[in-house]
Design a protein around this ligand. Structure first.
Ligand SMILES: NC(=O)c1ccc[n+]([C@@H]2O[C@H](COP(=O)([O-])OP(=O)(O)OC[C@H]3O[C@@H](n4cnc5c(N)ncnc54)[C@H](O)[C@@H]3O)[C@@H](O)[C@H]2O)c1
Length: 437
């Protein structure tokens, strides 16, 4: 492998408490993330699925090659220093929320019950126009969306002060909002702020949270597919306050498989004529996505993957005519245990057709929780490194990685992994690997 020299990065210390403010803290993903993290730090569970906690990082060359744990060489915040808080449209504490989510069993909840009961959501910035299937009872009143931002900013300041936190990260793991397309309003900071003051319909609640976080100097992670922080106006704000942002839409089950299989087909120059993906799930996320307007947001995110990986313009004979369909069906009996089917029609030598079938019986929140933990720790790291704006090196974690308008996102899971590892090497002053040896 070729090793490249990189400049040394000055990383601020991870000393002190790191506030983790979760939007949608009463949800299945959020509660599973929090329960698991608390259990791991008490030594009651293993952090399975977390790269920061379990993976190693290859360093050096020749006889000098070594492979320490990432958490032993990268200056990440310690799990003991995390303090959880957040917002939800329902008042129940995280213990009750986790019970209702029915993802984890009592045996997993009981060991951290007291800590969970002590985590109570702050009132949410919520508007039924953007999530039509839920009817929140624990929501803020505000004259305008701009006033809503002010209230959220105050929440962040209060949380930081009351919990003696040095830093705060905000992560959106709340319901998927209806599709809000990017318009002129989202292109500049001044037009975004004007729209907030005028209570424009183009401003969704998630944008209020994102604005508040960035203005308070807190990195913002978007785990859902909505526009939220993925627009030039928010990038301008992030640049102004020198804050790290990333998103969007956690890459968990079906899309993770897609971003493994599609590069395999491309590497072998096998053709693709159709990819039909369907899911059944019965949790609250499934109920929200049953609304066609919320599903549209998810659909756009899930569909973006294949084209970028297969590059149909370069290979029209292989990928010029693909039928790609994604369906999500709400089916209550399955609760959080989603089943995702993929039927993939491919073709090989002389155009002869073949099929691949994937049936992934997964658990949505079990897959998403470790991504939340990694993203919180790595985005905090970015901020301490002085990396502001879109953190493309964290694309590994997202279905629809944010990128500047004139750039292409990286979707290939292993290429994303290589980029992330090289960034970690760079951060700790080690030579980066050029995997193209
Ligand atoms: N689980 C996965 O594999 C996965 C993958 C990618 C993305 N996601 C996304 O993560 C999000 C969370 O998924 P989930 O399964 O936990 O859903 P969930 O319905 O269990 O949780 C969402 C929570 O957000 C709350 N909420 C809604 N609007 C809010 C607002 N404006 N402010 C504060 N709280 C609000 C709800 O009350 C609920 O408690 C969804 O958007 C989902 O699409 C999940």
């Amino acid at each position: 492998m070729i090793l490249l020299e990189m400049e040394k990065i000055n990383v601020k210390s991870a000393e002190g408490k790191l506030g983790v403010l979760v939007v949608g803290i009463g949800g299945a993903v959020s509660s599973t993330f929090i329960v698991g993290t608390l259990a791991v730090r008490k030594g009651l569970a293993q952090p399975i699925g977390s790269i920061t906690q379990l993976s190693t990082l290859k360093l050096g060359k020749g006889n000098d090659v070594r492979e320490p744990m990432i958490k032993d060489v990268v200056p990440l915040a310690k799990l003991d220093d995390l303090v959880f808080g957040g917002w939800d449209i329902f008042e129940e504490n995280v213990y009750l929320a986790a019970k209702h989510a029915e993802v984890l069993e009592d045996k997993d909840l009981n060991g951290v019950k007291e800590e969970l009961e002590a985590i109570k959501p702050m009132k949410a910035a919520f508007d039924n126009n953007y999530v039509t299937r839920l009817h929140g009872t624990w929501v803020k009143d505000a004259a305008t969306k701009w006033d809503m931002v002010e209230q959220l900013r105050q929440d962040i300041r209060d949380f930081k002060a009351n919990n003696n936190c040095d830093r705060v990260v905000v992560i959106w793991a709340a319901s998927t909002e209806v599709y809000v397309p990017m318009t002129e309003t989202h292109m500049t900071l001044s037009s975004l702020e004007k729209a907030m003051k005028e209570n424009s319909l183009e401003i969704a609640p998630s944008m209020c949270y994102a604005y508040a976080a960035i203005a308070e100097g807190a990195p913002f992670i978007n785990g859902a597919p909505a526009l939220t922080v993925d627009m030039p106006a928010m990038w301008e704000l992030a640049d102004k306050h020198q804050v790290a942002i990333c998103g969007k839409d956690f890459k968990t089950g079906q899309t993770m498989m897609k971003t493994v299989l599609a590069p395999a087909l491309k590497t072998r120059m096998l053709g693709l004529s159709g990819w039909f993906s369907t899911n059944i799930l019965g949790n609250r996320d499934g109920e929200v996505l049953d609304d066609p307007a919320s599903f549209k947001t998810k659909e756009v995110s899930k569909l973006s993957v294949i084209d970028t990986i297969l590059e149909p313009k370069k290979h029209p004979e292989l990928y010029g005519d693909i039928y790609h369909k994604v369906r999500i069906n709400y089916y209550p009996p399955r609760k959080d245990n989603k089943e995702g089917w993929d039927n993939i029609d491919i073709f090989g030598w002389l155009g002869y057709p073949m099929q691949i079938k994937v049936d992934f019986l997964c658990r949505d929140s079990i897959l998403a929780a470790p991504l939340c933990l990694d993203l919180v720790l790595l985005t905090d790291l970015s901020q301490r490194c002085g990396f502001s704006g879109i953190q493309t090196w964290l694309s590994f974690y997202f279905k629809s990685p944010m990128h500047e308008l004139d750039k292409q996102p990286e979707h290939d899971l292993f290429a994303q992994d290589a980029k992330m590892r090289n960034t970690l090497r760079m951060i700790i002053g080690e030579e980066v690997y050029d995997y193209m040896d």
